[in-house]
Design a protein around this ligand. Sequence first.
Ligand SMILES: C[S@@+](CC[C@H](N)C(=O)[O-])C[C@H]1O[C@@H](n2cnc3c(N)ncnc32)[C@H](O)[C@@H]1O
Length: 224
Amino acid sequence: MSKLLNTTEFNFSIKPQNPEENCQIIHSQLNKKTKQKTHICKKKIVSPLRYPGSKKRIVTDIKEIINANNLNPELYVEPFAGGASVALNLLNDGIVEKIGLIELDSLVADFWYTVFFDTDWLIEEIETIEVSLKNWHKFKHTKPQSKRDRALTCFFLNRTSFSGIIARAGPIGGQKQQSKYKIDCRFPKKTLIERIRQAEALKEKVAFVKNMSWEEGITGCAQK
Ligand SMILES: C[S@@+](CC[C@H](N)C(=O)[O-])C[C@H]1O[C@@H](n2cnc3c(N)ncnc32)[C@H](O)[C@@H]1O
């Protein structure tokens, strides 16, 4: 860690107007200081899943650490995948060549597998599904039997339950749907489909999606 980023070397008087511009300013300054290849940020990628306390806020820090240490990682493994924000951003911005996701919850793991490798089916389901309290109960109380079922259950419950919590939370808007915020308020189909398509576009660079604990998954990577 000898080349850890020294932020005092950076010119913070340049004020970015938005997060993407911020990314470009930091990268162009990194480029001058470290003579590393410049990573131009493409359209920002946003996870289709909602996660409280998402790691997306540390994406810029991780990029800076990778750059400042002259690392050129071939594979970045996200051991608690969840919304996979860090992995998706590093891959989308060309900071890493490949990603691998490890996730203990089979609903979440199968969601990511389906996003990358069975995308058209998932999108068709999303386009046609009715986002209602009736369907919330159906997903909540039916044990999904296939990878596809688990993927759709994960996505539907994540986008329609309080704070995106799949297992223990109630429906957004409550059982009586008397709140200003109804069951479908976090389910903007067009935007979510765009996010899924953007993730799908990276599928050639997804080394694996493993449904297992982080210990098992990381040990498996280290042994290769
Ligand atoms: C808080 S989320 C991660 C947030 C995510 N990185 C993001 O930025 O959106 C934690 C995830 O880790 C998974 N998880 C919990 N324990 C795990 C374990 N032992 N091994 C692998 N994944 C685990 C959970 O199922 C959950 O999906």
